[in-house]
Design a protein around this ligand. Structure first.
Ligand code: S3P
Length: 166
């Protein structure tokens, strides 16, 4: 794959864990957009939401994607990144986009006890957000079921990526 691979999907879909494993297997660099923003700003995503607001955070995400090189690399995108105006189109033009999809019940179970995600409130809010985002995520080049265990999800992603190489 001679271009970036973007992993998208809701919180809890495993983008970071899957991304790290893919990067290892494919000997590619791995970047988690949330982590890069946190390192650059010196504060957590939650603090950015609290002090500067969501719009500022979306701008940092957009800047990261705009400045990204065309080199092959694995990028784990925050859940809302593809949903800001023009962002999904940018991802689709810049690289291969894989949507890690799973039912909200599965995602919510994984996110139990997490308190570092500003947009994770009630189950009802989460479902509403997923419903709103799903049509955008669905524009991805590929959709992979993120419900099985990590090994299986990684295997399925690798199959897709390798099929694109041949
Ligand atoms: C967000 C998801 C988070 C992070 C921020 C906003 C969202 O990333 O970017 O809290 O809008 O869904 P993860 O999807 O990696 O949890």
């Amino acid at each position: 794959m001679q271009k970036p691979i973007f992993l998208i999907g809701m919180m809890g879909s495993g983008k970071s864990s899957v991304g790290e494993r893919l990067a290892k297997d494919l000997h590619l660099p791995f970047f988690d957009v949330d982590t890069i923003i946190e390192i650059n700003k010196g504060v957590s995503v939650s603090t950015i939401f609290e002090t500067e607001g969501e719009l500022a955070f979306r701008m940092y995400e957009a800047n990261f994607i705009d400045q990204l090189s065309a080199e092959p690399q694995i990028i784990s995108c925050g859940g809302g990144l593809p949903c800001a105006p023009q962002m999904m189109e940018k991802l689709l033009n810049k690289g291969l986009v894989i949507f890690l999809s799973a039912p909200s019940a599965v995602l919510l179970e994984r996110l139990k006890g997490e308190n570092n995600r500003p947009l994770l409130k009630t189950a009802k809010d989460f479902e509403a957000l997923y419903l709103e985002r799903r049509p955008i995520y669905a524009k991805a080049h590929f959709q992979v079921d993120a419900s099985p265990n990590l090994d299986r999800v990684v295997e399925n992603c690798l199959e897709i990526i390798k099929s694109r190489l041949s």
